[in-house]
Design a protein around this ligand. Sequence first.
Ligand SMILES: [Cu+2]
Length: 373
Amino acid sequence: LGFSSIFTGLNFIATVHALRAPGMTFFRMPLFVWALYATSVIQVLATPVLGITLLLLIAEKVLRIGIFDPAIGGDPILFQHFFWFYSHPAVYIMIVPGFGVISDLISTFSRKAIFGYRAIAMSSIGIAIVGFLVWGHHMFTSGQSELAEHDLLGPDLPYRDPDGHQDPELGCHALQGLDRAADTRCGTRWASCGCSSIGGLTGLYLATMSLDLHLHDTYFVVAHFHYVMMGGTMFAFIGGLHYWWPKITGRMYSEKLGNMACLLAFIGFNMTFMSQFFLGVAGHAASLLQLPAQYEPLHQVLDDWFVYVLGFGFLLTAICLLSSLKSGAQAGDNPWGGTTLEWQTPSPPPLENFVDPPVVTAGPYDRGTAASH
Ligand SMILES: [Cu+2]
């Protein structure tokens, strides 16, 4: 699994460097490609650390060398360091492609070039680099040294900047786009309903040492994580699936059904996971053997009811997309009026993607006279 992750990263990096279309300079690449490039860098650098950790674990078990197990002279905190040195960047392997999807969708559906294109491209790279310096924010309660505590906290708040830079800018674009009701299609609804901002901002609370002492290992963390992974990655992924579905399959799905599914999932998701912030602040531990009575009402109303609304939203999404394979209208080459290269080839694309290799003469989101609506 590790090697597949590393080789996938290498594949994308090599492709970006060596196989760009004629005229496709780095700053003409779509933000989705920038995002995958940054993700690939993380994959190549972080995954070996997980491999090394597993090898050390094997060495400890087989050769009985004390590395992590205190009974034979090891240090369990060392295991946490290895784990989080991989796992903090690993979260970005999951969310950064989502940021890229959101950029592309919002540009297409708002009919506008991305404001701050270079800043967003560079902030993807910034996340990939600085993400390696802040793993200690998961370990404030572990009893790591005071030096580590401060050194590893120090870079954390400025590091939120590349992360935070993307959300407000994309939010503005979404709003610009939403004022043209006709342009808000399913894909962009999914993408803008994504709650990665709430996930990112609640990370600020957890990265603040004094607050984290209270919130560590509570439902607040569970909620934060779900807002990043589900509200961020998953919603963006489904948004991307709607966006590129006609390109992949050559069929259009029902806009009405898709919007209904999105609304249900959005309500279900927020009602389910928002409650966990409140439970966490009230002291609900992340894992409990028995549920104390004071947490039960919120659990029952929200987790036990709205989680089904969420599930039904996803089910409806699957029905919407899959039924289009049978009954959907034919999609043209460019049903959304997209400006990036994939919209200049038939849907579904032929073998090798293009009949003739395309020549790029403008930025990814430039709307020349030909592309404008
Ligand atoms: Cu982290």
